[in-house]
Design a binder for this molecule. Structure first.
Ligand code: THU
Length: 140
């Protein structure tokens, strides 16, 4: 369970990513802040592409930064997003990002914070946003 201060810090880090999003096609800005079990926060933004399919979501940017640094244990992620970077609604992770979370996180305990501000947020477990997910355990 995250402390309230940790939640607010992750929300602030995720919001700080919004101006960095490379979104010439959708103008939908997403920021993510991924808390590793070692205490490090890996941030990410979405990165679009003229060929569309190579677009990378903010969540996966954050995960891949961490994995590339040999950090593979995670506690929680905060995701924020909206058109033009305006946070009217929660930006829930897409199915591909949920699958990537399933690869590296325990669905029973990994927490996903959806926020529109440091005052307005909800916390979900991965297992609730990705029920019966297929993961490394299925191949063990
Ligand atoms: N996007 C994310 O970054 N995360 C999600 O989980 C949902 C979608 C991005 C991808 C694309 O750059 C833009 O939002 C519109 O789909």
């Amino acid at each position: 369970m995250l402390k309230e201060n940790d939640v607010k810090k992750l929300i602030e880090f995720a919001i700080q990513q919004l101006p960095k999003a490379y979104v010439p096609y959708s103008n939908y800005r997403v920021g993510a802040a991924l808390l590793a079990k070692n205490g490090t926060i890996y941030t990410g933004c979405n990165i679009e592409n003229a060929a569309y399919t190579p677009c990378n979501c903010a969540e996966r940017t954050a995960f891949f930064k961490a994995i590339s640094e040999e950090v593979k244990e995670f506690e929680a992620i905060c995701v924020v997003g909206g058109k033009g970077g305006i946070l009217n609604d929660y930006a829930a992770p897409c199915g591909v990002c949920r699958q990537v979370m399933m690869e590296f996180c325990n669905p029973e305990s990994f927490e996903i914070i959806l926020a529109t501000s440091t005052e307005q947020y909800e916390i979900f477990k991965l297992k609730d946003l990705f029920p019966m997910g297929f993961g490394p355990g299925n191949l063990a």
